[in-house]
Design a protein around this ligand. Structure first.
Ligand SMILES: CC(C)(COP(=O)(O)OP(=O)(O)OC[C@H]1O[C@@H](n2cnc3c(N)ncnc32)[C@H](O)[C@@H]1OP(=O)(O)O)[C@@H](O)C(=O)NCCC(=O)NCCS
Length: 214
């Protein structure tokens, strides 16, 4: 990838080919995972247009009809250090199609990052979200990110279940039907987490609330 002077100045890094990988899932699904590229704008828009209303609401918290062009550009032009997105691609009608996106965006003030994952409606509950979550966790650690945050609607059982499966210790607050979750990615921060006092009032424990639904 050729970097422009502006990109170099602003901390953009070369396309990280080392994060390309392939995995198999139930239903003879063989997915090629790779970091998103600036040329993915059309595929990303197409992926968004395949979403159900529920998936859009869970991901964007508002009933969006389309992705605004500025947002698409923001989503495909990443510095691959503070911001990362991994897309899952499959062959489709002689070309490629996007089946999932997992991304994180670093919050420099806290050195943690907000994570969000979307899987094509037709392919949810095949283990793809879990795979993306674990891959992003590994990449974030390598890039010095010490924790993940996630905003998850209280009735989004899929994402809550996924996180609960992958994370053993987290902080949570519930506000207006949305869980704000935070969990450490490294041992040092995990230890510090035990002493952390959240500023916000803890409405209910995420683990307790979710265990009741099992
Ligand atoms: C949430 C989402 C990313 C999960 O991805 P996924 O590929 O479906 O998840 P997985 O198949 O890895 O499943 C993870 C766990 O959650 C469970 N799960 C998934 N969807 C579920 C649902 N709708 N209800 C209950 N459990 C669900 C799975 O059964 C699995 O648990 P198990 O291993 O004990 O069976 C996906 O459903 C999605 O894209 N949803 C819409 C967008 C969204 O909510 N994004 C999150 C924004 S923060």
């Amino acid at each position: 990838m050729n970097l422009t002077a502006t990109q170099e100045k602003s901390g953009f890094r070369p396309y990280p080919r080392q994060y390309e990988t392939r995995a198999r899932f139930a239903g003879h699904l063989n997915i090629f995972f790779r970091p998103i590229k600036p040329t993915d704008a059309d595929l990303l828009r197409e992926f968004f247009r395949s979403h159900s209303e529920r998936t859009i609401l869970y991901r964007y918290f508002t009933p969006l009809h389309d992705l605004p062009p500025e947002l698409v550009q923001q989503f495909v032009n990443l510095d691959y250090h503070s911001d990362m997105a991994i897309v899952g691609m499959v062959p489709f009608e002689g070309r490629e199609r996007m089946l999932c996106v997992g991304r994180y965006c670093r919050n420099p003030a806290a050195n943690d990052a907000e994570i969000a994952i979307t899987v094509h409606d037709q392919w949810q509950r095949h283990g793809i979200g879990t795979f993306l979550f674990k891959l992003l966790t590994r990449i974030a650690r390598e890039n010095g990110i010490t924790g993940f945050t996630a905003d998850v609607m209280a009735d989004n059982h899929g994402m809550l279940r996924l996180i609960r499966k992958c994370v053993d210790n987290m902080e949570s607050t519930l506000e207006a039907g949305v869980y704000h979750l935070w969990f450490a990615l490294d041992n040092k921060t995990r230890a510090a987490q035990r002493h952390l006092k959240l500023g916000k009032k803890k409405a209910s424990s995420f683990s307790d609330a979710f265990q009741r639904r099992d």
